[in-house]
Ligand binder design. Structure first.
Ligand code: ZN
Length: 464
């Protein structure tokens, strides 16, 4: 049931790997061999994503955005801890030209090979030691084309820019260990012409004006996966408020302000429902970035502040906010298990629609269930048996994925189901999970054998 994701040992949380290598280092250090960190973590869909040999604690991204030429002048500091004796290590990077790379304050040699930035420090780095990498770069930024043909990364808009970087395009604008198991804290220092706003994740620490430019400091204190970092520049109407008691900043392009107001106004009720389902909201801040950029074609659950490429409806807001618990706080451990994000967020979105007076999740399930297997694209491929990354965001992951959860609810009863959802979101907060772990929890709490149900709904072709 879990073989879909494989289980390479490199993916078992960085902390465990670190503890083990520190132990080994004690006895083996005298003759230690310093070796290059791995260029990827072996994800079945994105084998080169992420890197081996270190664990990032914090990113500090300082960038100056130049509207003319859609260029940035940036430097990213990465504070990391070595998890092996490193002679060199890789970062994932697909951004503009590099000006310099430093490790521990000294210039380091570097080379680029497609998405890999290979860094060779002047002196090797011993396992367990903390080190800082500073990469400075300058030039035009943009998007990358994903396996499914859509674009992600840094989008240039009419009045600025906006970032949506799922699954693997964070490196389009900053060097990173780009894999969801290596979450880190983030600081953003964004300099823009003073007529523009600059928005990112988390807390707005301060905004300073100097001459013709202003600098915005944002801090994301809770751990965040690299693909959930965002920066939006341009003209935005900022609104500070409290949503369900949580400090909120929404940034809305004036072009779409009027058309966004009604749905955004429902955020408090949506959060109240989601807290009922999943427990307390996991972050200290909340909000939204609504841009006038519908050429992007989708919204993304960027942490604390989802990006909408056009005025969102309340159902979409419910979906992206549900991801704050499931996807952002509780993260997948490998990309083929994307059902852990999208199946859950879609079920939550259905639950919100029910709350708002629409179909109940049970009615929706029955309606969809009647659709013949050959007639609609949401049945295949099965959500946890995707043939490759080109199907990562295909309809079955969402629709059949949410039906799988509704099927579970029908099987074990609403009360047990809700208790499981809540425990899943709270016990795994800020961590990484697998589908096998969800099934194990569901079986433990329901006292039922559920492999057959999950096998039918997540893995087998055709109609369950
Ligand atoms: Zn989603």
């Amino acid at each position: 049931m879990t073989s879909v994701a494989g289980s390479s040992s490199t993916r078992w949380g960085c902390a465990a790997v670190l503890a083990l290598t520190t132990l080994l280092a004690g006895s083996a250090h005298a003759g230690a061999e310093f070796t290059p960190g791995a260029a990827g973590l072996g994800d079945p869909f994105f084998p080169k994503a992420g890197n081996g040999g270190y664990d990032v604690r914090e990113y500090r991204i300082s960038l100056r955005y130049r509207p003319r030429g859609d260029a940035i002048d940036a430097s990213t500091n990465i504070d990391a801890t070595a998890t092996q004796d490193l002679s060199s290590f890789d970062l994932d990077y697909r951004g503009p030209q590099i000006r310099s790379v430093e490790v521990g304050g000294a210039p380091a040699a570097y080379a680029r090979d497609e998405q890999e930035l290979i860094v060779t420090p002047g002196a090797p780095i011993a396992t367990g030691s903390e080190f800082r990498v500073v990469v400075s770069y300058r030039g035009r930024v943009g998007t990358v084309t994903d396996p499914d043909g859509s674009r992600s990364g840094w989008f240039n808009t009419e009045d600025g820019s906006v970032v949506v970087a799922q699954p693997t395009s964070a490196p389009a604008w900053y060097p990173a260990n780009d894999y969801p198991i290596d979450k880190a804290r983030f600081k953003f220092e964004l300099t823009v012409p003073k007529r523009l706003e600059a928005i990112a994740n988390g807390r707005l620490v301060k905004r300073e004006q100097r001459g013709s430019h202003s600098t915005w400091l944002w801090k994301q204190e809770e751990p965040m996966a690299t693909y959930l970092a965002t920066v939006a520049t341009g003209q935005f109407a900022l609104r500070r408020s409290k949503v369900g008691g949580i400090r909120s900043i929404t940034a809305v392009d004036p072009q779409v302000l009027k058309r966004s107001k009604r749905a955004l106004g429902k955020s408090g009720r949506i959060v109240a429902l989601l807290e009922e389902l999943f427990g307390p909201y996991p972050f200290s801040h909340i909000g939204a970035i609504v841009d006038d950029a519908n050429f992007i074609g989708y919204a993304l659950e960027t942490q604390t502040r989802p990006v909408y490429d056009r005025p969102p409806g309340a159902v979409l807001i419910a979906h992206e906010l549900a991801h704050q618990w499931l996807g952002n706080s509780v993260s997948l451990s490998s990309w083929p298990e994307i059902w852990l994000n999208e199946g859950f967020a879609t079920w939550a979105e259905w639950r919100w629609a029910e709350e708002a007076g629409g179909l109940t999740t049970a009615q929706r399930f029955k309606l969809l269930r009647r659709t013949p297997a050959g007639q609609n694209g949401f049945w295949n491929p099965p959500p946890a048996a995707l043939p490759g990354p080109q199907k990562l965001f295909s309809d079955p992951v969402y629709v059949r994925g949410a039906m799988a959860l509704e099927a579970l609810r029908r099987e074990i009863g609403g009360r047990t189901f809700l208790a499981i959802l809540r425990e899943w979101a709270t016990a795994n907060a800020y961590g990484n999970v697998t589908i096998a772990e969800f099934i194990a929890l569901a079986e433990a709490r329901s006292g039922q054998e559920l492999n057959g149900l999950f096998d039918a709904w997540l893995l087998q072709r055709g109609k369950p």
